[in-house]
Design a protein around this ligand. Structure first.
Ligand code: FE
Length: 130
């Protein structure tokens, strides 16, 4: 795994502008544009910033929303959840448990049994085939 923390300058050098925008300025990639939206290969989705393992292909599902969607994190502690009151609505933000990079949001309209939908930007992820 990559070391943390890095300076803003180092991060900007290492990440693409889009990665920096999503992970550190809480941006959102346009729906139906992310490279992992339709990825059905078996593997692990890691944090694009620090390499922390975040989601498994086994928990990925087709939500129809335009972003990669997962029913849960690979381990509960590998992500952190935070209240987000931006845009005048209350949402739960999902960040990397190790480096705090913004990943997306989690909603309560996922499939049974746990009913969660982790709505995650492809840009914030790096896929590792297993
Ligand atoms: Fe990270």
């Amino acid at each position: 795994m990559k070391k943390i923390p890095e300076s803003e300058e180092e991060l900007k050098k290492r990440l693409t502008p889009e990665q920096y925008e999503v992970c550190f300025l809480k941006g959102t990639e346009s729906p139906f544009t992310g490279k992992y939206l339709y990825n059905k290969e078996k593997g692990i989705y890691e944090c694009v910033v620090c390499g922390n393992e975040l989601f498994s292909s086994e928990d990925k599902f087709e939500s129809g929303t335009g972003w990669p969607s997962f029913t849960k994190a690979i381990k509960e502690k590998n992500v952190k959840l935070r209240d987000d009151f931006s845009h005048g609505i209350h949402r739960i933000e999902v960040v990397c448990g190790r480096c705090n990079a913004h990943l997306g949001h989690v909603f309560d309209d996922g499939p049974k049994p746990n009913g969660k939908r982790y709505c995650i930007n492809s840009v914030a992820l790096n896929f590792k085939r297993i």
